[in-house]
Structures are given as C-alpha cells and as structure tokens.
Design a protein around this ligand. Structure first.
Ligand code: MG
Length: 246
C-alpha cells in the first residue's frame, strides 16, 4: 500500500472511531442525568446554592434564646458576647452541609476546656465542639472536632489561637417514627481545616444529657456562648436531600 493510501485509510479509521465515541458520549449523557451546575464560590464567597447565614454584615439570620441576637459584629466578624447567651438560626434545617470559620482568642490564660470554648449544636442538641486545643490538652471526647462526649476526633488539626480555622460539617438528621421514637441515628462527617476528623459517625443522642430531643426533621442550630470570646465569619449552609431511611 502506498503512503497516500495508508494516510487515507488511517484518516477513515480515526473518523469512524471519533463518530463511535461521540455516539457513546451522547448515549451516556442521556442515560445518566447530568447534575445541576453550582458556582462553587471561593474562600470568601459562598457557593451559588448556599444559604448565607453570616456574611459579615449583620445578625439578621440569628436570634437569641430570649430575644434579639446580641453578639457583637465588627469588621465583618461576629463574636460571642459572654453572658448574652447562645445564638440560634432563625431558619430550621434537616440534612445540611455547613461551612464556617472560627477563631479562638489569643490573649487568654485559661486552660483545658475553658480555653476558647464555643460550639455548634445541631437541632439544638448535638454539639460539634469549638475549642482551642492547640498545645492545650483537654478531655479528648470534648476537644475541638469532637462530637461532644461521644466521638474523639481522628486527629487534632487545630491552628494556634488567634488564627482563623474552618469547619466543614455534614449533618445527617436522625429519623423518628410517629410516636417520637428514634428509628435511625443521625451522623456527622467533619473536616477541620480541611482534615477529616469525623468520618460519618453515629450521633448517639443529645450530647450533654439524656433529655429527649424534639423529633422534628427540621430544627434550628445554635452557636454556643460558653463565656469565651470566640469569633465566627463566613457561615453558610447547603440543604441536602435527606439520607434514605434504609
Ligand atoms: Mg462547647
């Protein structure tokens, strides 16, 4: 075969292959529903499908236990106002992905579980601990990244106090039957500063007592006033499709 004929045959084979590939791609797109597009945002901007709970401007999405939210907002940061109480979301949530940044105070002589303590209580009942555990030992089941009193974090990923840290948390709410009996445990998956610290662990119940938890699928969560000047910024939530019961 001459080189000219070889070239034509090669081109023909390539064209046939390309056509077959394109048909395959078209078939795959039809067979597998394409996911919706989401602008993922950036380190300072929430994804396009997120509910922004704090963008540095105000506490419009929050309420105190007994009235208006009264934590301080300054320079794009909200900070616990010790003694003013926990701060609840006005919205109620079921399964969610939560992103937030938090910072514990650098100037403190406190130690152990008193050093830079706050937390996020999902369904007002299940706490992911916020604590300064950078070279600060405390009960492992209550340190930063723990499911309080239930699950020790896989590693201690704390940055020094005074530096901003991130939490990315996937909360899967428990299931209750019509009589208010829990029929499936919820779960937590937690990344601390991008590091996996809780890997889909079961939520055994309320994290600080045995009091029953309201069975509602959607409930507020709150940020804890534990008397420390802990700050937060860039808080957003993505609502997730509920995990199946089975
Ligand atoms: Mg706490």
């Amino acid at each position: 075969m001459t080189s000219g004929r070889l070239f034509v045959a090669g081109s023909l084979a390539t064209a046939i292959l390309l056509t077959l590939c394109m048909q395959n791609v078209a078939w795959n797109i039809q067979a597998n529903k394409a996911p919706r597009a989401v602008d993922p945002g950036s380190t300072t901007r929430a994804p396009s499908d997120a509910i922004v709970l704090f963008d540095g401007k105000n506490l419009d999405e929050w309420v105190g236990r007994k009235g208006a939210a009264s934590w301080t907002v300054e320079d794009g940061i909200m900070t616990v106002a010790p003694g003013q109480g926990d701060m609840y979301t006005k919205r109620k949530f079921g399964d969610i992905q939560l992103h937030m940044e938090w910072r514990t105070p650098a100037a403190t002589k406190r130690k152990g579980e008193s050093k830079g303590n706050s937390g996020i209580k999902f369904h007002s009942a299940y706490e992911i601990q916020v604590l300064d555990n950078y070279k600060n030992q405390s009960n492992p089941k209550g340190q930063a990244g723990s499911v309080y009193k239930q699950h020790i974090p896989l590693v201690n990923a704390c940055r020094p106090p005074g530096e901003w840290q991130t939490y990315d948390i996937i909360f899967r709410a428990p299931y209750y039957d019509k009589d208010g009996k829990r029929v499936k445990m919820g779960t937590f998956t937690v990344f601390h500063n991008g590091i996996l610290v809780q890997d889909k662990v079961n939520i055994l119940g309320r994290t600080n007592s045995n009091k029953p938890v309201a069975p509602d699928y959607k409930q507020p969560f709150f940020l804890q006033d534990h008397g420390s000047l802990v700050s937060y910024r860039n808080i957003w939530v993505r609502e997730l499709k509920r995990a199946p019961l089975d």
